[in-house]
Design a binder for this molecule. Structure first.
Ligand code: SF4
Length: 324
């Protein structure tokens, strides 16, 4: 078994599957050692800054897919507000907020998995204008694209695309049956090949085992994304996972998952996404020793902390927020 002491991890080079499992199984009393080792890598690659990103839901609900955790899925009865692509003016308002507050990135989510060429043309125009008016980095979550659609978005100035793996290859059929894990990997590879930065991560708490968490991170390590968002499930009423048991999502376990992500993808942005305000409340100093990136102002279908409160939290934890 791996030496999970701070120096042992830092000296161990590329972690094996067994090493990774040993890290997730570290006794809680030894968590400080993991945090110490993660903090060394975090400081080396990301300094002491926390990138704060803001999320716009540009198209909500009515998705054809059946992702078990998602309020926008066709099988969810979540009562969320649904709407087609919002107006450019609305998107610009959030983009301006990001720019004025010096946030690092404007992330834009569109529900759905496949888009018509006409829809991509319209959205590319939004991206082109938004870049010209805000000059903020833009990342977009936009399902599966054809190569021609991806090239259009690239030419419009889109910087990064978010496409999560969500869980392990083996566990994927338990959370979605309308598309496959392999399609997700293929989409990411196509996007990387045409020069997009990639944001890809997962969700913890879907019913997966620790082995699944390790397998997902091993897949992510081979993809090597610039940004790795790790979400911690907040069960949403009306979704298939509304009664999911999240008792094992203790702060210590969630920190171990983030530490492992940092050890495996040392130079990537490790983003603590959904669940931050719940599972890490009061433990932000430890969280920021590992994660260098968070969201403000909520998630696609859930509320979050205000921008002012998020900035205050980062500063009070002894870190600085940054413009990437
Ligand atoms: S996660 Fe994306 S693809 Fe899956 S149901 Fe939600 S919006 Fe659709």
């Amino acid at each position: 078994m791996t030496d999970t002491s701070s120096s042992g991890i830092l000296k161990s080079g590329v972690l094996s599957r067994e090493d990774c499992l040993a890290i997730l199984n570290t006794p809680d009393e030894e968590l400080d050692k993991l945090l110490e080792a993660a903090f060394v890598l975090r400081r080396k690659h990301k300094g002491l800054t926390v990138a704060i990103q803001i999320l716009s839901n540009a198209k909500s609900g009515n998705c054809t897919e059946d992702c078990a955790y998602c309020a926008q899925s066709r099988i969810a009865d979540s009562g969320i507000e649904t709407y087609p692509l919002i107006s450019y003016e609305k998107l610009l308002a959030t983009g301006k907020q990001a720019k004025e507050r010096g946030l690092s990135r404007h992330c834009i989510g569109l529900s759905g998995i496949r888009f018509s060429d006409k829809a991509i043309d319209a959205f590319s125009e939004y991206v082109r204008k938004l870049k010209a008016e805000t000059n903020t980095a833009i990342c977009c979550s936009i399902g599966f694209l054809t190569e021609a659609q991806a090239r259009k978005l690239k030419a419009a100035g889109l910087d990064r695309i978010n496409h999560n793996l969500n869980t392990s290859r083996a566990f994927y059929p338990n959370i979605c049956t309308t598309h496959t894990f392999e399609e997700r990997v293929a989409n990411i590879k196509m996007l990387q090949a045409i020069g997009f930065e990639i944001c890809s991560g997962g969700i913890i708490g879907l019913g997966e085992s620790k082995s699944d968490v390790v397998d997902m991170l091993l897949e992510l390590r081979s993809i090597n994304p610039e940004s790795v968002p790790i979400n911690f499930l907040l069960p949403i009423k009306g979704t298939s996972l509304e009664k999911a048991d999240t008792a094992h999502l203790t702060t210590a376990y969630c920190l171990k998952v983030l530490c492992l992500a940092r050890f495996m993808l040392a130079s990537a942005s490790i983003r603590c996404a959904a669940g931050r305000e719940v599972y890490f409340k009061g433990n932000e100093r430890d969280l920021f020793k590992v994660a260098d990136s968070i969201f403000t102002s909520g998630y696609l279908t859930a509320d979050g902390q205000t921008i002012d409160d998020t900035i205050k939290l980062v500063k009070e934890s002894g870190f600085e927020y940054c413009i990437e």
